[in-house]
Design a protein. Structure first.
Length: 358
């Protein structure tokens, strides 16, 4: 068991002024996705693709590309910073404020439009936002460290609001031709979805929804990563010209998955939040089966676990904010308590928070 005392924890609570999300285009079902990539992937069979999707229990996802070529630019309006900016605008609209009223803009993504300048600087361009901004590159747990930063900025009652946005366009980092022979890339094709989601936070005020009990931790010391992208890094100059692609070790991911959720539950308990005292649990959306798997592991009712991966796939950095935004959009009962248990396979990190709906 991970040492929960080694985690970073946020103190107090912050108000949630708004949430928003952006998904590129219409949802693409498994058959339609196969038909798109088939001309680019000789030897890829619909049977293998559908079998992979069924194991993942993912029926549809949204993608930022047309799949007309093995490597291609995103569709109009579907660039990572464009999706991120759209999600922030919707969150700001709900909050009733303009971009210029923000005190800080925080982004997190594993699939930026380009290495430099940072993706969040391009989001600021889209928003005409002239204030300070920062970007994290921690994939599925970027939300947790973003929250820790925001909590620190919102301790003063007069502090200006902070917007956080998670965004991914992972479909652009896939060579469909590899899916026929490489099982990992076939899983990437069927599992991942593109999109962005945002939240606007402010100092706590009466009568508003709030986030509290946030944390971040890691159990990956000296452990090989379960997910990585090596090409183009300064440690791998010989690979600098290679096509960028995510490499998964699904056996290693499966071995550490439950340990990460246990570490998250322990972190929540350390802050006085137990699984039986919340109305909803939102895990990282690795697959459409994550709800059944987590419910069995923690012995909680499956209906208590919110899952949207069956409809949008694994949206990486956007996943936790997207789940929360969709839950809020469809309507939560006043007083509902939502516990987020995020997990990240790269170096086995975890993070989470408690959301209380006012």
């Amino acid at each position: 068991m991970a040492d929960a005392s080694r985690n970073a924890y946020a103190c107090g609570s912050v108000a949630v002024l708004g949430t928003g999300f952006a998904l590129p285009g219409a949802p693409v079902d498994n058959h339609a996705l196969f038909e798109r990539v088939r001309p680019l992937a000789p030897g890829l069979t619909e049977r293998s693709v559908i079998a992979t999707a069924r194991r993942l229990a993912i029926e549809t996802r949204h993608v930022s590309r047309a799949f007309r070529a093995r490597a291609e630019a995103p569709l109009a309006g579907a660039r990572n910073p464009e999706l991120a900016a759209q999600a922030v605008r919707l969150a700001l609209d709900e909050a009733g404020i303009e971009p210029g009223e923000l005190g800080y803009l925080i982004g997190h993504t594993a699939t930026p439009a380009q290495p430099l300048p940072p993706n969040i600087a391009l989001v600021a361009d889209e928003l005409d936002y002239t204030g300070p901004h920062v970007e994290l590159r921690q994939a599925c747990t970027g939300f947790a460290n973003a929250l820790l930063i925001a909590f620190g900025m919102l301790t003063r009652p007069e502090a200006r609001p902070v917007a956080i946005v998670g965004s991914e366009t992972g479909s652009l980092f896939l060579d469909p031709a590899c899916a026929a022979l490489d099982r990992d890339q076939r899983v990437n094709l069927m599992q991942m979805g593109d999109g962005a989601a945002a939240i606007v936070l402010a100092p706590l005020r009466l009568g508003t929804p709030r986030v509290r009990a946030a944390w971040f931790g890691a159990i990956g010391l000296h452990r090989p990563p379960g997910l990585e992208m090596r090409a183009g890094g300064s440690d791998h100059p010989a690979l600098a010209a290679s096509p960028l692609a995510f490499a998964h070790d699904y056996r290693r991911i499966a071995q550490t998955g439950t340990a990460l959720f246990d570490a998250g539950a322990a972190a929540a308990a350390r802050q006085g939040v137990t699984l039986d005292a919340v109305d909803w649990i939102v895990p990282h959306q690795t697959s459409g089966r994550i709800g059944v798997q987590l419910a069995a592991h923690f012995d909680v009712p499956p209906g208590k676990v919110f899952v949207n991966a069956d409809r949008v796939g694994n949206t990486g950095s956007a996943a936790i904010w997207l789940a929360l935004a969709q839950m809020r959009a469809r309507g939560l009962v006043s007083g509902s308590r939502v516990l987020a248990l995020g997990a990240e396979a790269t170096k086995h990190m975890h993070g989470g928070f408690l959301y209380e709906h006012g």
